[in-house]
Design a protein around this ligand. Structure first.
Ligand SMILES: [Zn+2]
Ligand SMILES: [Zn+2]
Length: 237
């Protein structure tokens, strides 16, 4: 090959290779992280409760046995720790929208591809956002994730049967007890979901109060199985 052409190609490749979002090395790859940074992310891989994804010996935890949530299972990609917590904040507030693709791709590769139940899922429903909040923020971070997951896994996306009909203070601003009260009765489902298996998609599961209330609404509408697919799970400190 012409040496000048070869040099030009090498130079261009180096110059336009995406940076790693975390260490700024030139090895960002398709997902935005270099191999080393990718390995260091807080993967949610410790033995956990299959229903709520909190640490356990791999069996259903005491709190799910005592007061079973309305959802039947949870798949959480990361624990909500550094740097995923800060990346998710950037994603949510729109400075890093391309992270939707990274997070959704990793959730599929690390959790959903090997998850047997996926074959039985009839619908993917993203955590609905109140219309006025959607207008203020301009996008629903859960819907963008759900869109990519549905497309890649060839599952049906449903973002219209379920609405958030009440505007309440953000859950993050409230302690646990208040969160449960705050979220009660805020969802409405206009569709008959009789016998369906549904996956709910959200970015972060903190206490699980919102996902639990949404699962309750869907079960009331007839859903037979509801599970949560989230990017990160907050573990109690
Ligand atoms: Zn890196
Ligand atoms: Zn549990």
């Amino acid at each position: 090959m012409n040496i000048r052409l070869k040099f030009k190609q090498l130079f261009t490749k180096k110059l336009f290779q995406p940076h790693c979002l975390l260490c700024a090395s030139h090895n960002g790859g398709e997902l935005g992280f270099c191999e080393a940074c990718l390995q260091d992310l807080p993967w949610n891989i410790a033995p956990q409760c299959p229903q709520c994804s909190l640490l356990s010996n791999g069996l259903t935890c005491g709190s799910c046995l005592n007061a079973p949530p309305h959802f039947d299972a949870t798949q959480a990609l990361f624990t909500y720790d550094f740097p995923v917590d800060s990346l998710l904040q950037h994603y949510k507030y729109r400075d890093m929208l391309h992270l939707a693709n990274t997070f959704a791709s990793l959730l599929i590769a690390k959790k959903l591809a090997s998850h047997e139940q996926v074959k039985k899922i009839d619908l993917i429903i993203p955590m609905p956002m109140h219309p006025s909040r959607l207008q203020a923020r301009g996008f629903n971070q859960a819907l963008e994730l759900a869109r990519i997951i549905a497309k890649n896994m060839q599952l049906q996306l449903d973002y219209s049967s379920c609405q958030r009909t009440k505007l309440t203070p953000p859950q993050a601003s409230l302690p646990l007890k208040e969160r449960i009260k705050n979220i009660q009765g805020v969802f409405n489902c206009s569709q008959d979901l009789k016998g369906l298996s549904i996956a709910l998609v959200d970015d972060v599961m903190t206490t699980g109060a919102s996902l639990n209330e949404l699962a309750k609404t869907l079960k009331k509408a007839g859903a037979a199985h509801v599970e949560c697919w989230v990017i990160a799970r907050t573990l109690p400190k």
